[in-house]
Design a protein around this ligand. Structure first.
Ligand SMILES: *[C@@H]1O[C@H](CO)[C@@H](O)[C@H](O)[C@H]1NC(C)=O
Ligand SMILES: *[C@@H]1O[C@H](CO)[C@@H](O)[C@H](O)[C@H]1NC(C)=O
Ligand SMILES: *[C@@H]1O[C@H](CO)[C@@H](O)[C@H](O)[C@H]1NC(C)=O
Length: 316
């Protein structure tokens, strides 16, 4: 009978829907824990890479606010990696210190979140010395600052130095997201991206409020510092403009309408993306993912970064 036939085909299609749903569901479910699948392997490499940046952020913010870092507050997250070189407590006003301390603990959380998903690697050797930051500033301005830029000297300097930090991670998360296979990986990256973007926004907002302030003794405004740092990162990244300072030509502002640029965005005000290679070129300060230096004197860790260090070696 017609009705029975209809019912049967309904039953068949219902079963098929369930089957398709379950097959999809199973694939999704099998993703996070099966180390052997390629899906997980690609995701693993992409998820472990940002540990390099999260270690740097955690140490810079912890030391800046407290005068000590992961070795004291979460030694097992370091997995025995060496202590950072030259990190120290910054001379911060109470408001700035309050915010940096919040960021510091957030970074500890980020390290825990990534390590819960991928085993990762030990803390790489980080150089957070005054000298490492001074080198970046000299390079950004194309001249030697006298006295050398000291990120720990006061709140202005520390916030300018902090301008260097979450934004690079942010662009990396935007870049990694479409390459990730598993929903669980994308969820983690979206969660990290949300908070990194927030940190970047707070730092930029605090700097924007003082954009015209002339940083002593360099005779350079806060806005000029951010523009020079962003220009340097664009140059080192070698992939066009993906970085903008606090004040831009009107054509680069949101919808070509404004010169204020408290947040960075492309022509549709979407966040820029960067690949791990671009990020390595920037954080090494060398413009070359195979030539370590800058904040990572011995190179970054993880499979992606190490694949470029074959001739240089990455052992401590
Ligand atoms: C998955 O990865 C393994 C080992 O890396 C490789 O041998 C295999 O061909 C890959 N399979 C697919 C479908 O890409
Ligand atoms: C660190 O080690 C302690 C003691 O072995 C353990 O209780 C704690 O859960 C570990 N924490 C992390 C984040 O692995
Ligand atoms: C990057 O450095 C490596 C190792 O020194 C070198 O072989 C390569 O040519 C460099 N690449 C660029 C684009 O300069």
């Amino acid at each position: 009978m017609a009705i029975a036939k209809e019912r049967r085909s309904l039953l068949v299609s219902t079963v098929m829907v369930f089957f398709v749903f379950n097959a999809h569901h199973l694939q999704v479910m099998s993703c996070p824990d099966v180390q052997a699948t390629n899906c997980t392997d690609q995701d693993r490499k992409l998820l472990e890479f940002p540990l390099n940046l999260e270690y740097l952020e955690a140490e810079f913010f912890l030391f800046g606010a407290l005068g000590f870092g992961l070795d004291i507050v979460a030694p097992n997250l370091t997995m025995g990696g060496p202590s950072p070189i030259g990190a120290q407590k910054a001379n911060l006003d109470p408001f700035t210190r309050d915010i940096i301390l919040q960021f510091a603990w957030q970074e500890v959380g980020h390290l825990r979140a990534i390590k819960k998903t991928v085993k990762g690697f030990a803390r790489p050797q980080l150089d957070l010395s005054k000298k490492a930051f001074a080198k970046v500033m000299d390079k950004a301005f194309g001249r030697k600052f006298v006295p050398p830029f000291n990120p720990y000297a006061n709140s202005y300097n520390y916030l300018i130095a902090s301008y260097l930090v979450p934004y690079v991670g942010l662009t990396g998360y935007v870049g990694a997201n479409p390459k990730l296979q598993c929903p669980a990986s994308r969820k983690l990256v979206a969660g990290l991206l949300g908070v990194e973007s927030g940190q970047d926004a707070v730092i930029r907002g605090m700097l924007y409020a003082q954009a015209g302030h002339i940083v002593y003794p360099y005779g350079v405004t806060v806005a000029a510092f951010t523009n020079k740092i962003s220009d340097l990162r664009n140059k080192l990244g070698k992939s066009g403009v993906k970085d903008e300072g606090l004040v831009v030509p009107k054509a680069m502002g949101a919808e070509g309408q404004v010169i204020g640029n408290v947040l960075v965005g492309d022509e549709m005000s979407l966040a820029f993306d960067r690949t791990p290679e671009e990020i390595l070129r920037i954080v090494y300060g060398s413009g070359n993912e195979s030539v370590p230096g800058g904040f990572y004197p011995k190179g970054a860790d993880g499979e992606i970064a190490k694949s470029y260090l074959v001739t240089v070696g990455n052992k401590v």
